[in-house]
Design a protein. Structure first.
Length: 452
């Protein structure tokens, strides 16, 4: 049964472990269908493979550490809620903004992928307009109710997983290890560094599971199950997709279409065409199913982003309107609409690779500040009830922290302009917070203390 809260600013509890698995895999699965192949142009098969190895290690250690906080503090704000409690308002705000940037900028990149795959069937349609149309459809779906959006997410995620298994099943028969060795390090070992954001794209946003903890039935148990099974599924799919796609004809064949120097947003159909041809039923089926994969991540991250922006509004770090729940549907409609507006503006730039990189900057800052929050919470609140405790403490959170810091430094060095844009957004929003919001929050807190 669904529990309807009597508080107008609280969310319904509707999600079980299977739904959480669907959301966790769904948030991320589009990364298997597009985007990751752009890292091959930077690092080649070996360079990207090395980046993926360390990124998987980071996500394993991070996810277990993050789960401890999600089970102990099941709030819609996710990392923002943990950082504010562990590190205070200032670093809490910066963590929340990093999370907002990640979740708001990932969907427009995915919308570009949706347009690219859709245009395979209807080349006369404009890719950008397809993405904008998708924004309206799936923002409306999320406004209509979490149970509807999450059920839809589960169905299309299962279909998308099936599509990747189909792709691997067909292409692995033609995979040749020698193809993986062709121009394996086109830019030398330094090519590993610019490949990092595209390795992260394989797993970006899985932490969004924590943002629906407030809407999860028995979150202290189900968050762990959802996170763990989702991550395991994604690791298996990542390895299968990488090896089977690049092993068919070498990495260049799934980055640059024949006769073009522009990188492709639809690498799996390129690989499938080399095996069965463009007229085969498997090619058509894969391309069709790929749309489900992109839609799964698009819909899922829109859902998580809405909760992140909602929590910012609910605690007064953003306009209060963002923190209001729609009376009819009990969803954060205002936050969802705001995120859609920003996402469409980003989509109109047409810079898929750059948008992915900005989203990854947000993710890495989120991971770093989350792990710092983890250590502070262990120190400040040792008596906090923790239904799940990370194994191998402090090795796991320390490993996640170190790898995330190294990745962030490397990305800043190789993406100077985008780093300036990202940190400009982060610092600019903090200055606004410090000048116009913090003083009001402090005054309100003081008045509440006097009243008591």
């Amino acid at each position: 049964m669904e529990n309807v809260s009597t508080n107008s600013n609280e969310l319904k509890k509707t999600l079980g472990p299977f739904m959480l698995w669907g959301l966790g895999v769904g948030y991320v699965i589009s990364g298997n269908y597009f985007g990751w192949n752009l890292g091959l142009a930077e690092g080649g098969t070996l360079g990207l493979a090395i980046a993926v190895f360390f990124v998987i290690l980071m996500y394993i250690t991070f996810t277990f550490s993050y789960t401890e906080m999600a089970c102990a503090i099941p709030r819609a704000g996710g990392a923002f809620a943990y950082a504010e409690r562990g590190l205070g308002r200032h670093l809490g705000f910066l963590t929340g903004m990093a999370q907002n940037i990640e979740f708001i900028f990932a969907p427009p990149a995915i919308a570009s992928g949706i347009g690219a795959y859709f245009s395979i069937f209807f080349p006369e349609l404009n890719v950008v307009w397809i993405g904008i149309f998708a924004y309206f459809i799936f923002t409306g779906l999320n406004i209509s109710g979490l149970q509807v959006a999450a059920s839809f997410e589960l169905v299309i995620t299962i279909i998308a997983v099936g599509g990747l298994l189909l792709f691997a099943g067909v292409t692995l028969h033609e995979m040749d290890v020698e193809n993986l060795k062709i121009n394996a390090l086109p830019n030398g070992y330094m090519g590993i560094v610019p490949a990092i954001p595209f390795a992260i794209w394989f797993f970006l946003a899985i932490e969004g599971v924590a943002n629906v903890a407030e809407e999860t039935i028995n979150p202290q148990r189900n968050i762990l199950i959802g996170f763990g099974t989702a991550l395991l599924t994604l690791i298996v799919l990542c390895v299968l997709t990488f090896v089977s796609a690049a092993g068919v004809g070498g990495w260049e064949a799934i980055v640059f279409p024949a006769g073009s120097s522009d990188p492709s947003d639809s690498p799996l159909p390129l690989a499938m065409a080399m095996v069965v041809g463009e007229n085969h039923i498997f090619y058509t089926l894969l391309t069709f199913i790929a749309l489900f994969g992109l839609v799964a991540s698009f819909n899922g991250i829109i859902l998580a982003a809405g909760r992140s922006t909602f929590e910012f509004g609910r605690v007064g770090y953003a306009p209060k309107a963002f923190g209001r729940v729609n009376k009819r549907f009990k969803t954060p409609a205002n936050a969802l609409l705001f995120n859609m507006g920003i996402g469409i503006i980003a989509l109109l730039t047409g810079k898929t690779g750059e948008i992915i990189t900005i989203a990854v900057f947000g993710a890495l800052c989120l991971y770093i500040l989350s792990m710092v929050s983890f250590f502070y919470l262990r120190k400040k609140e040792p008596e906090l009830v923790r239904p799940f405790r990370v194994p191998s403490y402090p090795l796991f959170p320390a490993t996640a922290l170190v790898i995330a810091v190294i990745c962030l430094i490397a990305m800043v060095i190789y993406n100077g302009v985008l780093a300036l844009i990202f940190f400009g957004m982060l610092i600019g929003s903090y200055v606004f917070f410090r000048l116009f919001i913090y003083a009001h929050l402090s005054k309100t807190a003081s008045n509440d203390t006097i009243d008591r």
